[in-house]
Design a protein around this ligand. Structure first.
Ligand SMILES: Cc1ncc(COP(=O)(O)O)c(C=O)c1O
Length: 459
């Protein structure tokens, strides 16, 4: 795919007697690759592969390990078991069930019920006041759900101005989507409050609503009063209300750990008290990876608070929890009937029904009782990879990273490790020195590298 780039760099490498570091520096500077891959995660992954091809062609065997993209692949006996799970699900597909449109446009009720069972393995759904089958809104994965949510809220907010507010350590691909649909000016990035905290603090939320940050005032502007949590200038276009959307990923990408339960609940209640109309998008695509006790605990208080629950839209996906990044399957749910109805309408309208193949396949996959034992083993494997990687970096490269200011890494909390770079070394330098390619991420207090463990078997 990148034949000419590889040829070109292979020649340069030999002619200039390059080191691995020179090669990586030059590849990250390469304009063609920058233009082709504006998404840093994909670019870093592709560069890792190109670098390895160039090194091999120059007879070097000191190749890079590529831990840049959060994709999923299984190895050894996990691979065998995954193949068996997929094959038995495929084998059980009933061809006549694939005919015609999915007229309801929201999957079969059988699949929605299976999805609710699946969520019961990580949430305590008995805390919820209603059965969820009718509330499951299908999508082709978390990204598709996110697009649906934003577009639906945009339609609902015709007379409002939308602000999309997120902690800076958020999944940047979704932030880019928000910038595209809502405009960069309406996306408010909140810097991390202190060296160890990658979420919001209560003080930051109070400041956000106290100060004109959601709608900056110029010096001398006359403030007019509106039934809105944010202030606006006289002469501004008059909207009925601001719609403030908070995007929160409780088990994080890129942080690789979970927000403390108390902290999450406190922040939600603080925002809700200041702004009862605020909407929370909880991106829970990694929550299923936690141990059952932890995931249940993380949401126990929230599920029991019906007033907060009315303001939350949950987004879930099998991409990471069940390795279906290539198959594409996710869903959204909310107890708020207005949001739910509008999300369903938007989905039915824009999808012309869902894939019956996917519906049938997933019904059989999730109906297989061995899925849960399989998942547990996968999560243990990832957990082991992350913890041994951390030990490896602490043992061999302690001078390169500020481990104390990096998010703490525990058992079974996602597939990432985020490490803060010590001093002013560049990410390419770190990649070259360690031989491990991750993704460079700049936060307000310094440069970090995110390493991903869903498709590697290195440690
Ligand atoms: C936080 C977060 N949300 C959503 C997604 C999208 O997942 P999907 O593959 O289901 O579209 C990802 C993927 O990396 C993610 O990290």
């Amino acid at each position: 795919m990148h034949k000419s780039i590889i040829q070109n760099f292979t020649l340069k490498f030999a002619e200039n007697n390059w080191s691995r570091k020179n090669l990586l520096m030059a590849l990250f500077e390469n304009k063609e690759l920058k233009d082709m891959y504006p998404n840093e995660i994909r670019r870093a992954t592709i560069i890792g592969h190109i670098a390895n091809e160039v090194l091999i062609l120059n007879d070097k065997n000191d190749l890079c390990k590529i831990l840049a993209i959060g994709d999923i692949a299984y190895f050894d006996d996990l691979k065998v078991q995954w193949q068996w799970l997929v094959n038995s699900s495929t084998k059980n597909i009933v061809p006549s069930k694939l005919q015609g449109y999915d007229l309801g446009g929201l999957w079969t009720i059988e699949l929605r019920a299976k999805i609710v069972d699946y969520m019961g393995h990580y949430y305590d759904t008995s805390l919820l006041p209603t059965a969820l089958e009718q509330e499951i809104i299908p999508s082709y994965g978390g990204t598709d759900s996110f697009v649906t949510i934003l577009n639906t809220l945009k339609l609902l907010a015709q007379w409002s101005r939308i602000n999309f507010i997120y902690p800076e350590a958020s999944f940047l691909a979704n932030v880019k989507i928000a910038e595209l649909f809502l405009g960069e000016a309406n996306c408010v990035k909140i810097p991390k409050p202190n060296p160890k905290d990658f979420f919001f603090s209560l003080e930051q939320i109070e400041e956000l609503y106290d100060s004109p940050i959601l709608n900056p005032l110029l010096e001398g502007d006359e403030v007019i009063s509106l039934p809105s949590p944010s202030r606006r200038r006289a002469g501004d276009e008059v909207w009925e209300m601001d719609m403030n959307i908070f995007y929160i990923t409780p088990v994080g990408n890129p942080t690789g750990n979970q927000i403390e339960q108390e902290n999450l609940y406190q922040i939600l209640t603080c925002i809700h008290a200041l702004d009862p109309n605020a909407i929370f998008i909880l991106d829970n695509v990694y929550v299923g990876l936690l141990s059952n006790a932890e995931s249940r605990e993380l949401f126990a208080q929230i599920f029991a608070d019906l007033s907060i629950m009315q303001r939350i839209i949950f987004t879930e996906s099998l991409s990471k929890t069940l390795g279906t990044t290539g198959i594409r399957l996710g869903w959204t749910w909310t107890l708020n009937q207005t949001f739910s109805n509008e999300l369903k309408k938007y989905t039915t309208l824009t999808k012309a029904g869902f894939s019956k193949l996917l519906d049938e396949f997933t019904l059989h996959l999730l109906g297989n009782p061995d899925v849960f034992g399989f998942q547990d083993r996968v999560y243990e494997f990832w957990s082991h990879q992350r913890l041994s990687f951390l030990e490896h970096m602490k043992t061999h490269f302690s001078e390169l990273f500020d481990f104390d200011s990096s998010p703490s890494i525990g058992d079974r909390e996602g597939i990432y490790v985020l490490l803060k770079i010590q001093g002013n070394r560049s990410k390419e330098e770190i990649f070259a020195l360690t031989g491990i390619v991750g993704v460079g991420i700049t936060l307000s207090d310094g440069n970090y590298i995110r390493y991903a463990f869903g498709n590697v078997k290195e440690f």
